[in-house]
Design a binder for this molecule. Structure first.
Ligand code: TYD
Ligand code: MG
Length: 451
């Protein structure tokens, strides 16, 4: 092997590094994911040492007011924490075909309108394909500059020469660096490419958005390492067969995480969904047992969702339980609580829980919704349609307080609901809101009694 290089093994699933090949990754427990890659050894003597003069007192650090770039796509701006920060590196992950390229092209379109110089670098599609997509999206008033390139050195030189204010790299898995021996998309290539882009973004103050494909396990292909390197990680998710898409921020150095943006994929690109609750509740069945509306806070926004449960006799000794859109273990736990604290004999029943519309919600505040849906299906007794429920359920069957109850109740009122079943302890916080009936419950038995 050439001097200054060494060979290491990377797990292609999580990016874990080992000196020898292993059958199973000790980090992510995946089998057969180790691949040998060659990396260059950086001599420690070449690293610049910090001199005493580099030490700065916190009070002396100057912060010019960070000026953000607004994309004019409201949902995206909010997820980013109020627009794009100049010099930031943002990773947009998602399944193939979910609409990452479309979203970023729309961002380019809107930034071009603001007279910003924008460069769209694609390693996946030809100029013609990009043009065809652009035609679907609409008019590009100003010119957007395109480049089809996968060699990172060329990309770096062009960015350094042109100094655009916004760059899109579609996708990071196609970029390769000649100095790294392994194939494009491998852990060391992706890591090296991200490193170079990071230096470009910080050095020149350019905002760079990189697209990353997601593996079937739901992580950005190969490197979780990549998530540590970038400033912001956005995931684009949703059912490919349904028309809506959710943009979720899972890491954000410049804003809050767990903020979501909702879009709808139309013939002419992605359109923002102004009122997601209305959208999510679309098509809710009437007078159906096992269906209940709950409220989940996504970042700063309350979103009403329909929880469905189906409880039916089990034909086998082992009852089946499934949970779609929410945590499976949580559903099992809630069923155990129902069995023990409310005396419901669920052990002979199969139970299927689903969050309608294919969204994923994991907030504990939907616990009470899941419980009510299960009980309603078990008793075959529909819940009043104009009722929403929320609250966290504890192991002794108590209904615990949740954060921001006022916002949730206000959202329910806005959408025409008439009753809210909430934790008794949160009642005080919402007493100002008029025009909607508030029912406080202390434990699940009180809630079941309301059915
Ligand atoms: P794309 O942005 O290419 O996905 P990704 O980059 O995440 O792989 O979007 C692909 C899908 O979106 C494709 O199936 C076609 C559909 N689409 C529309 O429905 N309307 C549109 O206006 C566009 C551009 C794409
Ligand atoms: Mg694409």
């Amino acid at each position: 092997m050439a001097k200054g290089k060494k060979s290491v093994f990377f797990c292609q699933n999580c990016g874990h590094e080992e000196n020898k090949w292993l059958g199973q990754c000790p980090m992510c427990k995946e089998w057969n994911t180790f691949v040998e890659e060659t990396v260059s050894i950086v001599k420690s003597s070449t690293v610049k040492r910090t001199h005493e003069a580099d030490v700065v007192a916190l009070n002396q650090v100057k912060t010019e007011c960070e000026e953000r770039i607004f994309t004019r796509i409201g949902e995206l701006d909010r997820v980013l924490g109020g627009g794009i920060v100049p010099g930031s590196l943002v990773l947009v992950g998602g399944d193939p075909g979910i609409g990452k390229s479309t979203l970023l092209l729309q961002v380019c379109q809107s930034l071009c309108k603001e007279k910003k110089e924008v460069l769209y670098i694609s390693g996946e599609e030809s100029l013609k394909q990009i043009k065809l997509r652009a035609n679907r999206i609409g008019d590009f008033t100003e010119d957007l500059y395109l480049l089809c390139e996968t060699n990172l050195d060329v990309v770096r030189t062009i960015i350094e020469n042109r100094k655009p204010s916004f760059v899109v790299i579609d996708s990071i898995q196609t970029m390769y660096n000649e100095e790294v021996a392994s194939a494009p998309g491998s852990v060391s290539q992706v890591r090296e490419s991200t490193n170079v882009l990071m230096q470009l973004a910080k050095g020149l103050g350019i905002s760079i958005f990189i697209v990353g494909h997601v593996t079937k396990e739901g992580t950005v292909a190969g490197p979780r390492v990549l998530e540590h390197m970038v400033d912001t990680v956005l995931y684009f998710e949703g059912d490919r067969h349904a028309s809506y898409r959710i943009l979720r921020s899972v890491k954000n150095r410049f804003g809050s995480t767990n903020e979501i943006g909702v879009f709808e994929m139309r013939q002419n690109g992605l359109v923002e969904v102004e009122n997601p609750s209305e959208f999510m509740l679309n098509g809710k069945p009437e007078h159906a047992a096992g269906s209940v509306v709950a409220c989940s806070m996504e970042g700063t926004r309350p979103i009403l969702i329909e929880i469905q449960a189906l409880v039916c006799n089990s034909n086998f000794g082992m009852p089946r339980r499934t949970a779609a859109g929410t945590d499976y273990n949580r559903v099992n736990l809630l069923m155990a609580v129902l069995e023990k604290r409310a005396g419901l004999h669920l052990s002979n029943y199969d139970a299927y829980v689903n969050i309608a519309g294919g969204v994923k919600m994991n907030e504990p505040a939907i616990d009470l919704g899941i419980v009510m849906a299960l009980v309603s299906s078990y008793k075959n007794h529909p819940i009043d349609e104009k009722t929403i429920v929320f609250g966290e359920v504890g192991l002794s069957g108590e209904v615990r307080a949740v954060n921001m109850p006022e916002q949730r109740v206000a959202e329910a009122k806005k959408l025409g609901f008439e009753t809210c079943v909430i934790p008794e302890v949160s009642k005080e916080a919402v007493k100002e809101i008029k025009g909607i009936k508030i029912v406080g419950v202390r434990n699940i038995n009180e809630a079941i009694q309301l059915l």
